[in-house]
Design a protein around this ligand. Structure first.
Ligand code: NAI
Ligand code: MG
Length: 489
């Protein structure tokens, strides 16, 4: 199979419950568009409340009475590692599917499969290393804590990195022994469906992984409101985050919310620009800017501003968007609505007279009807302008000068978000001071890792959400704590 051949669409098989496919109760399907040409190339089942209910029941049975619930931590870990290996073995097939579904360049899709496999490998290794504590108490007592699975966890994931997000959210949930119900995004969910099949193939017992594809307001809303889930993890828009948290509140269950950002690079004049600029540009162009942790604001010490503008502009003007097979700097955005959203920011910036510093191009020969947008840099962006405060979720970099360290920190913290930040300086003390003052769940110094970083706890401060995914922390998030107090005298 070459890159031009449509990847096989295993996904049209329906809803995945108890390791088997079934059609949606509604009998309806949702068309799947290829962002590269805007054409329908597959369909997924339109799951609704009855399908979600069946999936939750299967998960509950798996964890309470089924083979899944009886496995030891080591056995669960072994299955997760096997799934990681299966993903690696099917990486090219999965990457083709992902690229077709999301429009991303093949090199990005391939990198995503490496990361997806790593999630299962990492959490497989971690499964039997989640220790409790003993606590000194009154004489005659022995006290110990134990991390305990919740039971059934719900997971609603977005379309930007379907395979990675799938691994990121179910890896830790399964490692601690939960059974999972996943509502992937209607805009891109073919790789999670295929990975679920691989999971059955490596021996995951029935009911451990159940997937109900469908529309957010149907399948997603039904999952978040279901009375028999014990926890829900959500990544997506702030608006839907409110709905998820409200549904969780009605159910008295916990949730993690990862709601994106407007993450800053804080760049001081003494930075090694040869190192910094390529990294910075990539952090907002990668995945066509549709990355929650995209470095979408570049804050530059005033004295260096003009030089940095020149260097960034030079790079941006060479960027090209194309099909996955062209494998250029970026692909199209996910759908017509997202293209409209990004171009809406362009139109309003023009109205307000925010200068465009440079723009890339759309490669010749891309299919008409694809959802391509031109990557752009704006600057200096007025501090109150939406390009300085709002998430675009597109290949758009906003540049703003700052005066001194205090101003840099104020500007970095001057949005509602707090997901990630980069600090660039050769002065280690200064970089450290700024890094500690920036409100963000992850702060990089002289580096920046949009996406990836399986081992590194990740999540928001402020309105970027709450809870931590990735790394060992996620095991705490997807489990609860039992304290046992034993009187022996
Ligand atoms: P969205 O928040 O609607 O979609 C994310 C997931 O939530 C999807 O699986 C969707 O089906 C589900 N969903 C939608 N409505 C729901 C509901 N009422 N109940 C339960 N689940 C529901 O995001 P959308 O509309 O795809 O993108 C809009 C904007 O959101 C983007 O432009 C971007 O700014 C932001 N976004 C941020 C992401 C991140 O990684 N933090 C990922 C995706 C979108
Ligand atoms: Mg939406």
């Amino acid at each position: 199979m070459n890159a031009q051949t449509p990847a096989p669409v295993a996904a049209a098989k329906g809803i995945f419950i108890n390791n088997a496919w079934r059609p949606a109760a509604s009998g309806r399907t949702v068309p799947v568009y290829a962002p590269a040409d805007g054409k329908v190339f597959a369909e997924i089942a339109a799951g609704t409340a009855p399908d979600v209910d069946a999936a939750v029941k299967a998960a509950r049975a798996a964890v309470e009475e089924g083979a899944w619930g009886r496995l030891s931590a080591t056995e669960r870990g072994r299955l997760l590692v096997k799934l990681g290996i299966a993903i690696a073995d099917h990486a090219e097939e999965l990457a083709l599917l992902e690229a077709r579904d999301t429009g991303k360049p093949m090199k990005q899709a391939r990198a995503d499969m490496v990361a997806a496999a790593r999630y299962f490998e990492f959490y497989g290794g971690a499964a039997d290393k989640l220790h409790g504590e003993t606590i000194p108490f009154l004489n005659g007592y022995f006290v110990a804590t134990e991390r305990e699975r919740f039971g059934v966890t719900g997971h609603i994931i977005p379309w930007n990195y379907p395979a990675q997000m799938f691994g990121r959210t179910i890896g830790p949930a399964l490692a601690v022994g939960n059974a999972t119900v996943i509502k992937p995004a209607e805009d891109a969910c073919l790789t999670p469906l295929r990975i679920a099949e691989l999971a059955a193939g490596v021996g995951f017992p029935e009911g451990a992984i159940n997937i109900v594809p469908g529309l957010g307001e149907e399948a997603g809303a039904a999952l978040s409101a279901h009375r028999d889930i014990d926890f829900i993890a959500f990544t997506g828009s702030p608006e839907v985050g409110v709905l998820i948290q409200t549904a969780a509140a009605r159910n008295h269950i916990g949730c993690t919310l990862e709601l994106g950002g407007k993450s800053p690079h804080v760049l001081f004049g003494d930075t090694d620009l040869d190192v910094a600029i390529p990294v910075i540009v990539n952090t907002v162009v990668q995945n066509a800017g549709q990355t929650c942790s995209a470095g979408s604001r570049l804050l530059v010490e005033r004295g260096a501003y003009e030089e940095v503008v020149a260097r960034v502009a030079e790079r941006f003007s060479k960027l090209r968007a194309g099909t996955p097979e062209m494998d250029l700097d970026l692909g199209p955005v996910i759908n017509a609505k997202q293209k409209e959203r990004v171009e809406g920011f362009f139109a309003r910036a023009q109205e307000k007279g925010v200068p465009v510093l440079a723009q890339g191009s759309i490669a010749e020969g891309v299919p008409e009807g694809g959802f391509y947008v031109t990557p752009r840099i704006y600057g200096p962006v007025p501090r109150a302008n939406e390009l300085a405060t709002q998430e675009v979720f597109g290949p758009v970099l906003s540049m703003l000068p700052f005066d001194d360290e205090a101003d840099a920190v104020a500007l970095a913290n001057g949005t509602d978000f707090g997901l990630m930040a980069g600090v660039w300086s050769r002065d280690g003390s200064r970089a450290m001071r700024v890094a500690r003052k920036v409100k963000a769940g992850q702060v990089y110094v002289n580096a920046y890792g949009a996406g990836g970083g399986i081992e590194l706890p990740f999540g928001g401060m402020k309105k970027s959400g709450h809870g931590r995914e990735k790394g060992f922390e996620a095991l705490y998030e997807f489990s609860t704590l039992k304290t046992m107090i034993i009187k022996h005298d």
